[in-house]
Design a protein around this ligand. Structure first.
Ligand code: HEM
Length: 496
């Protein structure tokens, strides 16, 4: 009896496998070519822990528009500037959907966050709010003083380290600076400290969400197990987001009380969002404000921190470039000790260093996954509705057809061309392009430029223990592309 049961189960399983395989083959008929995968698992095992590299290598064989299967999920990988132009510009609307990860599907956050909303009324409204309350030249200029102050606090901290003869963890220092810059901009208060402390605060909340979203979740590839949430991703996300939401709620509640009792306004982003909400109560309410604040912290801190750390690592590895950059900054700094943001944004070599860092060390190696909103024809292929689209910006930025010596750090290349990261040059997409392009780009550009300039102008940097070994430049992939070994360096005051 047992044997009969076993054989029956085996036959059913075999039958399901065959059906699954035939279905997969049918689906693939009009899709771009791609590597053959295993039944059920598809190409999951071809991709490994460095997907940006393995998919770039596979694209060399299968082409710049390539299909891969990860479990039940079919994705098309875009790996050339021309294909990126098709997806992000020519057929932008059709490719502008988002794939919401299993971990956050049940959170109210994903129903209101601009990064996860489909293109529609609500997404447009929030992008408009972001544009009118924060990301416009007038507001960014107005908030310049905050950025200058926060960066001054960072310089002050590093000076103290110098006097004690200590070392600086660049990632940790940049992270604290950017967190405080965001929190001062949003609600006029610092939320992080350079010295240890604040263990239950914003830093912890943001880093736990980052870790959680970077984790491989089997339920993202096999929707049939989603209901079981086998890795408890949804439960963990609820706790992590809950923590950051509570911290933001505290500031929102406090501000509402202050406003109700007629206390002076702070004139920060929170005031602007509350004003907007009062004027548009039916469309933009308190939950939107909380979600937007959470989103700004998540989208803005890690990316800008990583870019600053990579820039310093490259400059320490290339002392001549560090000197050249310091000379350029010194020539422009008129009042000793004060770096003016408006001036440094015009410095050609600094800007070349920023761009080259963003090219070689893309903070977001795949743009946040896009999804087709309908069946789309591209290069004689038909991508069905709901196909995940992965734009491998990392592969595009290291394509030897476009870039000379693509694996080398050569800021000079940006002195000789007009290439910008504003979404018009499809060979260089650190912020994406088209309607889903990063709305924080102008802010990130200013903050990253100011931090790099300040760290280079005020300090000379060496590796600890007088090491002359090359800086370890290995990367680790977790949605963002981090330095595998955090950069620790010894500062020495370059000026009194
Ligand atoms: C160096 C820093 C940054 C980098 C490299 C970066 C990069 C990106 C990339 C590649 C995307 C996805 C584009 C796409 O899917 O096509 C994105 C989306 C986004 N970024 Fe940034 N970003 C940075 C800083 C910021 C900052 C400072 C903010 C907020 C103030 C921000 C807010 C957002 C938001 C809200 C989205 C989602 C947009 C949407 O889906 O409509 N980012 N970013």
């Amino acid at each position: 009896m047992d044997m009969i049961l076993f054989i029956s189960l085996l036959s059913i399983l075999l039958f399901l496998l065959i059906i699954f395989h035939i279905r997969a083959l049918c689906h693939r008929r009009n899709l771009p070519p791609g590597p053959r995968g295993l039944p059920i698992f598809g190409n999951l095992f071809d991709i490994g822990p460095r997907p940006h590299e393995s998919l770039a290598n596979l694209a060399k064989v299968h082409g710049p528009l390539m299909t891969i299967k990860q479990g039940n999920v079919t994705s098309v990988v875009v790996s050339s500037p021309e294909m990126a132009r098709q997806v992000l510009q020519k057929q932008d609307e059709a490719f502008s959907g988002r794939v919401v990860p299993n971990a956050i599907t049940e959170l109210e956050h994903s129903s209101h966050a601009v990064a996860w909303l489909p293109i529609g009324e609500e997404w447009r409204l929030i992008r408009r709010v972001l544009g009118s309350c924060l990301i416009n030249s007038k507001t960014l200029d107005m908030l310049r003083g905050i950025r200058q102050d926060v960066v001054q606090e960072m310089v002050h901290h590093v000076r103290e380290v110098c006097t004690k003869g200590g070392t600086v963890g660049i990632n940790r220092t940049a992270f604290t600076t950017i967190m405080n810059m965001m929190s001062r901009t949003c609600f006029s208060a610092n939320v992080d400290e350079y010295e240890l402390g604040n263990e239950n605060g914003f830093r912890n909340a943001v880093t736990s969400i980052m870790k959680l979203t970077a984790k491989f979740d089997i339920a993202d590839y096999f929707p049939c197990v989603k209901c079981m949430d086998p890795q408890r991703a949804r439960q963990n996300a609820k706790a992590a987001y809950g923590c950051l939401e509570q911290l933001c709620d505290h500031f929102i509640d406090q501000r509402q009380k202050q406003r109700n009792s007629g206390l002076t306004r702070h004139g920060d982003i929170l005031d602007a969002l509350l004003d907007f909400s009062l004027e548009n109560q039916s469309d933009f309410y308190l939950k939107h404000i909380q979600v937007l604040l959470v989103e700004l912290f998540l989208a803005g801190t890690d990316t800008s921190t990583i870019t600053t750390e990579w820039a310093l690592a490259e400059l320490i590895s290339h002392p001549q470039m560090m000197l050249k950059l310091r000379d350029e900054i010194c020539e422009t700094v008129r009042k000793e000790g004060t770096i003016e943001e408006t001036e440094i944004l015009r410095l050609p070599y600094l800007q070349a260093v920023v761009k080259e860092t963003m090219r070689l060390h893309l903070a977001v190696p795949f743009l946040v996954p896009h999804k087709t909103e309908k069946d789309v024809k591209i290069n004689d292929y038909i991508l069905p509705k709901n196909t995940q689209v992965l734009v491998n910006a990392w592969a595009i930025a290291r394509d030897s057809n476009t870039w000379d010596k693509p694996a080398c750090f050569m800021p000079e290349r940006f002195l000789q061309n007009e290439i910008e990261f504003k979404g018009q040059h499809f060979s260089f997409l650190p912020f994406g392009s088209g309607r889903r392009m990063c709305p924080g780009m102008p802010l990130a550009h200013r903050v990253v430029s100011l931090m790099i300039a300040s760290l280079v102008y005020h300090f000379e940097w060496k590796l600890p223990n007088g090491s002359t070994e090359p800086v370890d430049m290995s990367e680790t992939f977790s949605l963002t592309l981090q330095k595998a070994k955090p950069l620790v360096a010894v500062p020495k005051m370059a000026r009194p």
